[in-house]
Design a protein around this ligand. Sequence first.
Ligand code: XMP
Length: 430
Amino acid sequence: MKQDMIVILDLGSSENTALAREIRALGVYSEIYPHDITKEELQKLPNVKGVILFGGEHRNVDGKDIDVLPEIYDAGYSVMAIDHAPALCEMKLASMPTEEQLRGFVFDTCKADTNWNMKNFVADQIELIKEQVGDRKVLLALSGGVDSSVVAALLIKAIGKQLVCVHVNHGLMRKGESESVIEVFKNQMDANLVYVDASERFLGKLAGVEDPEQKRKIIGAEFIRVFEEEARKLSGIDFLAQGTIYPDIVESGTKTAKVVKSHHNVGGLPEDLAFELVEPLRQLFKDEVRACGVELGLPYDMVYRQPFPGPGLGVRCLGAITRDRLEAVRESDAILREEFAKAGLDKKVWQYFTIVPDFKSVGVKNNARSFEYPVIIRAVNTIDAMTATIEDIDWPILHKITDRILAEVEGVNRVCYDMTPKPCGTIEWE
Ligand code: XMP
């Protein structure tokens, strides 16, 4: 292992991820572990240079204050305790370390080296993956999203053809998306890639289904079914790789933090398909995952792409999905992305896409009455997707996009811009 590490023991501070990020920003790797880690477990961790006990507002668990095991103090590491636990319900935030104190502890007391960078991370992970997997095989559902793409690139580097990537095209992908997965991973990286075109199957299951939740459930369940069928066809696979990243772990609940939402990246596979997990990104924050992707040579567009929901264009083709409207969503989305890239908005706006509702309006085209669908443009900015504001797009850009959509997308006679922030609207329409 190439990186020194400062271990943060979680005594209930909601700031512990911020502290880990702060230490990593100093160039020193940091990980958070549960408060009840044993001395033996701690000593097994590689290159630990120091330990921070970080108490906070959630220190009281089930009516009792939690603490670290006393043996931790005899583990042979420098220890710093920070507490901003509520004293008589008041927050004692004053005891948070200034950056200077933190630097003093990390560099002067612990003598940690600034060797946390993506080059070293990649080198370490390759070593760890090789150690875990040996000469056995690993399966990965490769959606083409940032996390699964970075995991794939890392595993290809570590174990080459022992990785089997399965890319399921559910027919709700954006224009050119599956093609780019094949181009990058099969053609450029020479990956062992199984491409499954399940478009017809998904569209068949979704035919006539109007309810958004029902649509999401069908897409999720069908995805697992298709993936499972492919997994059964492949023999001798012992591991399942997942693009789990650090925020997924935190949001799924720790010993002191409540569950925000359960994350299932592949989730719900039947028990008889028992795999051991390989999750090399589980300690990375999103920006670090992207940096790792760049280090591994993935294309910029793949690494810095905007978020795209699992159910894909299915939740943007409102109501019961029809082929003509799905095509209208896909084509208008492609035009929007192209024009945003030309205007430099792709690097500025957090998420942007089009929606096609399931009603028509009257218009006039080529001197004749038309009765066709509208396209709605949505472009939002947000930090955490919990709230969002709309992007104030310059009128000339909107005019250009509108003209192109009306001229190039079949079955569309109207374009609208969604002015709604979140709340009241959600980012997606379904
Ligand atoms: P909403 O519509 O809830 O979306 O404001 C917040 C963010 O989450 C994305 N989103 C999803 N991502 N699976 C995903 O992986 C989903 O089912 C899903 N639904 C919404 C949405 O695109 C936005 O970035």
